[in-house]
Design a protein around this ligand. Structure first.
Ligand SMILES: Nc1ncnc2c1ncn2[C@@H]1O[C@H](COP(=O)(O)OP(=O)(O)OP(=O)(O)O)[C@@H](O)[C@H]1O
Ligand SMILES: [Mg+2]
Length: 356
């Protein structure tokens, strides 16, 4: 069963209304928004509400595959079309016929494939690789991206004509920090879900102070990040641990530092001007709000180097894994490390694919 679109904010209510309006029109939809905001949830909701819901919902991640593979996945191929094509295979345009084709990460589709895609969208016809025949297809195309496509167009990385074809209905999902009213219902929903999944765990829901803190946080990873926190809380049963592990926000750090510095009067105004930038970085690894004595005890260059390098490694590995749709062997190749090393590092840095 697909995830329901949870939320009570104005923007989510508007999106729900729009979903109801367009679900049976089959007008192409472009869903935009930062990572983790729920683009796939919205695509699934459109499908579930439509009269195509008894047919297939076929997803393809345009960022996860190299150009030639993406082309053969989309359009299929005839036997002998290329080395290794031992038998004929249908493409996504065929399996999604009468249903929905969800083009995820459309902003990353290579330019060469964009022209072919435009042709299919205009004519409703496609040819599998190695075939002379044009086949008819009736798919409802829903596309999603976290890129700014207008920017990609101006950089000549995305075709303007394809953009207009896809962008007949646009659904832009705001980041969670701009719709804080959704935080509490999302917590409620995921708590219930994980309670049934992990009945032996005793995580507690946040009290009002904790909830206020959760609403104050900026959630750079949006709903996915919140969802993972709730899952962790179910297992750890410690909100303070969860807060400790949340990536710190620069503005929060800066204000902490100023208060501390002002109180101690340890920095001249000149130091302060440059110190804030420097301290913001340092505060990611040591607690600058403690007294100078304790602070100097805590600062060890070796320790900080290790923490910083782990942090960067974790960011880079997660970034690449997300880009390739969590295909680990592909990520290992891109990162130029062995598959085994990648698995080891994923365990070490607690990197997991998003919960679907
Ligand atoms: N409004 C929502 N209600 C319930 N769950 C949600 C909602 N929005 C997002 N989620 C959950 O958050 C996670 C991320 O959502 P989703 O995969 O749809 O995001 P996305 O925008 O496609 O992210 P990405 O750009 O990284 O692919 C999923 O597990 C999804 O179920
Ligand atoms: Mg997605």
């Amino acid at each position: 069963m697909s995830t329901p679109l949870i939320g009570v904010s104005k923007s989510i209510l508007k999106i729900k209304e729009l979903i109801n309006h367009v679900a049976n029109t089959c007008l192409n939809v472009l869903i935009t928004g930062e990572t983790g905001v729920g683009k796939e949830v919205v695509a699934q909701s459109l499908y579930a509400e439509s009269n195509r819901s008894t047919k297939n919902f076929v997803k393809i991640n345009c960022a996860a595959l190299p150009e030639t593979l993406l082309e053969s996945e989309l359009y299929g191929y005839e036997k002998g079309a290329f080395t290794g094509a031992h038998k004929k295979r249908p493409g996504k345009f065929q399996t999604a016929d009468k249903g929905v084709l969800f083009l995820d990460e459309i902003g990353d589709m290579p330019l060469a494939l964009q022209s072919k895609m435009l042709h299919v969208l205009q004519s409703g016809e496609f040819s599998p690789l190695g075939s002379d025949h044009e086949f008819k297809t009736d798919v409802w195309v829903i596309a999603a991206t976290n890129h700014n496509l207008e920017e990609r167009i101006s950089q000549k990385n995305f075709r303007e004509d394809l953009f207009y074809r896809l962008n007949i209905i646009k659904i832009d999902i705001p980041p969670l920090r701009k719709r804080k009213e959704d935080i509490s219902p999302l917590i409620e929903y995921y708590f219930r879900l994980y309670k049934s999944e992990y009945p032996d765990n005793h995580g507690s829901k946040p009290d009002s102070d904790t909830l206020a803190k959760l609403c104050d946080y900026s959630w750079p990873g949006n709903v996915r990040q919140l969802q993972n926190c709730i899952k962790k809380q179910m297992i750890l049963n410690s909100w303070s641990k969860i807060f400790e592990e949340l990536p710190k926000e620069p503005s929060e750090n800066t204000s902490d530092i100023q208060t501390d510095e002002q109180q101690n009067g340890t920095l001249s105004s000149e130091d302060n001007e440059f110190g804030n930038h420097r301290s913001t970085i340092i505060s990611e690894f040591v607690d600058l709000s403690t007294s100078s004595d304790k602070l100097f005890e805590d600062i060890s260059l070796k320790k900080i180097k290790k923490l910083a390098s782990n942090r960067v490694e974790k960011e880079v590995i997660t970034f690449v894994l997300e880009k390739v749709g969590w295909n680990r062997s592909r990520a290992a190749k891109i990162l130029k490390i062995s598959y085994k090393t990648l698995l080891y590092k994923m365990t070490e840095f607690d990197i997991h694919p998003p919960v679907k």
